[in-house]
Design a protein around this ligand. Structure first.
Ligand code: ADP
Length: 541
């Protein structure tokens, strides 16, 4: 027997409809790419998104067509997302930090028909446009006054383009399982893989993301997504913020410490989210200027592990609660958030920080297990590491144009991460399965060592890789970038780590470098580091 409730498909554009009706006046403020601060609200965003939809429809963009965006977090970019998905086409965010060849590969693979592009990226696109085979038209996200001369095919300024529509248009309706968005994983090994979100998965994921023990956003919040719209579906913020009716502050092209601080302070931001590198820059800025964060209540740190010293500084020096989070493009992307269950709620100081080093517990809608290489489940004792596998309505079941089976017999997806689960259901990433250091048959977590090393006051950034060892297969090498004008010796760094980890985890050597390579999403590029140190000889004991 079927239930007798209404059929109300979970379509993403219903989110902007709701925001426009219930929270229509709520400010959406952007630091525009052209420079000045721009202010709009959800009602206007919806009206203009309808114009985008109407205009795309007139240009012949149809259900299932892919439309690329190469753009910063701005109100126009947000309008594009809703306009594209509102006719059943697919917003495809392209990460501008990728190499031009990778951008071409991704756009061609997705067969994007149009591209919305920010002024910042015109020069690079013009140079590479011949490689973008399927794009029929470029819409430059600016107005007529700022529109430069460009060689891009059928280029038009966004404001002129939508001015040809009057918003007298209705969203299309279709099945909630229709594809809505697309994002390629960075593909640090092999070609990037396309993850295809559906309307249903995005809406369910936005509910999950907004829960009190997830991001806990409310209409009274002011949300600054530092994480770009092009990074892993913007951690749901393009959906969960309007869904809850919170105000939105968008940083545009300027993600440096002083620019982010200015927005946090001026607009009384209460909630923000981004990767550790951004927060490192913000903390340095605060330390330099003596700035404070009186309005900011919560900060979600994810994408890479949040170093202990970072969490501690935000909480103790600035009174900002850190929510450590983990996820991946394939998971829409949220997998777990480290908020406090009653079992841990009374903890303070170092004991609380110990828990906050964990990536947290999954919300309803994400199931987790850890297994050994043969697929056998491992105990949740907080110590045993295993392959982390996940299942849920916002987790990928296949990649775009790729028939490979990516789920196990029970329908779980192997995340490629290695993790422990504790008795209260908190997960802690110990490594990527490719990065874990295998020493004498035992595993050493590179992340734990990195977190510890960056706690040293002179260390700006640390990476640990396994290098070949005649007896132990692999041993850890600690690679360090010192803070500006600092000097430190290997012994000084190792002495700092001594006693805080098992003896056999101690790095065999320390290499000081000027810079550590990063991926397009700010993660340490371990493949390149391993390549650089492949002939490294560890000191013989
Ligand atoms: P990209 O490389 O494009 O950023 P993803 O966002 O999908 O791709 O990366 C997901 C991976 O990032 C995870 O599988 C995990 O290895 C790593 N990661 C994400 N959050 C954390 C975290 N809080 N701690 C440690 N690793 C993390």
């Amino acid at each position: 027997m079927l239930g007798l409730m209404q059929d109300w498909p979970l379509l993403c554009h219903r989110i902007i409809d709701h925001a426009a009706i219930q929270h229509g006046e709520r400010p959406v403020v952007t630091r525009s790419v052209e420079g000045p601060i721009h202010t709009t609200n959800y009602a206007q965003i919806r009206t203009r998104a309808l114009k985008v939809a109407q205009r795309l429809d007139r240009d012949g963009i149809k259900l299932g067509d892919r439309v690329a965006t190469l753009a910063w977090n701005t109100w126009r970019h947000l309008e594009c997302w809703y306009g594209i998905l509102g006719i059943g086409a697919i917003y495809h965010t392209v990460n501008p930090r990728l190499f031009p060849e990778q951008i071409c590969w991704i756009v061609n693979h997705a067969e994007d028909r149009m591209m919305f592009v920010d002024l910042t990226f015109l020069p690079i696109l013009e140079k590479n446009a011949h490689g973008l085979k399927t794009i029929e038209r470029y819409v430059v996200l600016t107005d007529a006054a700022h529109m430069p001369k460009t060689t891009l095919k059928n280029a038009v300024s966004y404001e002129e383009w939508i001015a040809e529509a009057d918003s007298d248009f209705a969203w299309k309706s279709f099945d909630e399982n229709t594809a809505a968005g697309m994002c390629y994983t960075s593909g640090t090994t092999g070609n990037p893989k396309g993850v295809l979100y559906s309307h249903r998965s995005n809406v369910l994921h936005a509910f999950m993301a907004s829960l009190p023990d997830a991001k806990g956003i409310a209409a009274r919040d002011v949300v600054l997504p530092v994480v770009p719209l092009f990074h892993a579906n913007c951690w749901s913020l393009a959906f969960s913020t309007p869904l809850t009716g919170a105000s939105l502050i968008l940083p545009g092209a300027r993600l440096d410490g002083p620019s982010i601080y200015e927005l946090l302070d001026k607009y009384k931001v209460t909630f923000t989210a981004g990767v550790p590198t951004v927060w490192l820059a913000l903390l340095q800025e605060l330390e330099k200027t003596g700035g404070k964060l009186p309005y900011l209540k919560r900060i979600v740190i994810g994408g890479s592990a949040s170093p202990r010293a970072m969490t501690q500084k935000f909480q103790d020096n600035y009174g900002v609660e850190v929510i450590h989070a983990w996820g991946m493009t394939e998971m829409s992307p949220l997998g777990s958030l480290c908020t406090m269950k009653p079992e841990y709620a009374a903890l303070t100081g170092e004991a609380k920080l110990d828990i906050q080093m964990k990536q947290g517990h999954p919300p309803f809608g994400v199931e987790m297990k850890i297994t050994d290489d043969s697929g056998k489940p491992l105990p949740w004792d907080g110590k045993t590491f295993g392959r982390l596998k996940v299942r849920g309505p916002a987790v990928a079941r296949r990649y775009f144009k790729d028939d490979s089976e990516i789920l196990d017999k029970e329908g779980f997806f192997d995340t490629g991460d290695v993790a422990t689960m504790d008795p209260h259901g908190y997960m802690q990433i110990t490594d990527r399965s490719k990065d874990v250091i295998k020493s004498g048959g035992e595993w050493i977590s590179s992340i734990d060592l990195e977190n510890l090393a960056v706690g040293h006051p002179k260390v700006a950034e640390a990476a640990v890789i396994g290098v070949q060892h005649p007896k132990w297969d692999e041993r850890p090498l600690l690679v360090i970038v010192l803070k500006k004008d600092q000097k430190a010796s290997k012994d000084e760094i190792l002495a700092f780590m001594q006693g805080k980890i098992a003896k056999w985890w101690m790095p065999d050597d320390v290499a000081f470098v000027e810079e550590i390579p990063h991926t397009a999403t700010g993660k340490i590029l371990k493949t390149e580091l391993r390549e650089r140190f492949k002939d490294y000889r560890l000191p013989v004991q």
